[in-house]
Design a protein. Structure first.
Length: 124
């Protein structure tokens, strides 16, 4: 039987979340309501993600940490998608933080293991 689930993430910045979703070409809508198909649980979400039959929401708690809300029957697909979103989120976070510290991205490569390797440099 399908259940409504909440999974806490490490995502905090909605701008970086949207950049990650855009990078992955995943459709999303802002300020919507997630409706669990089987239980009719309704939750307002700042980001509602639609990727084919996969639908889930991202909502921030009082500390600004985002929680993914969705259907437990889609957990395998949710995990794969959220892993990709978290990787792109981390990429944009690293680029922003290194630029703020005076570094420039000089090289990036995606390995066969799907790990992004980045080289940054600061010119003084």
């Amino acid at each position: 039987m399908s259940k409504f689930v909440k999974v806490k993430t490490q995502l905090r910045d909605p701008v970086l979340i949207r950049q990650a979703l855009d990078d992955l070409q995943i459709q999303y809508e802002e300020e919507q309501e997630y409706v669990h198909q089987w239980t009719d649980v309704r939750t307002p979400v700042p980001i509602l993600v639609r990727q084919g039959a996969l639908i889930f929401g991202l909502t921030a708690d009082e500390d600004g940490v985002y929680t993914m809300v969705g259907d437990d029957m889609q957990m395998a697909r949710l995990k794969r998608t959220m892993d990709q979103v978290q990787q792109r989120y981390a990429y944009h976070k690293i680029v922003a933080e290194t630029e703020a510290a005076g570094f420039s991205l000089v090289e990036e490569r995606m390995g066969d293991d799907s790990v992004i390797r980045m080289t940054v440099r600061r010119w003084s």
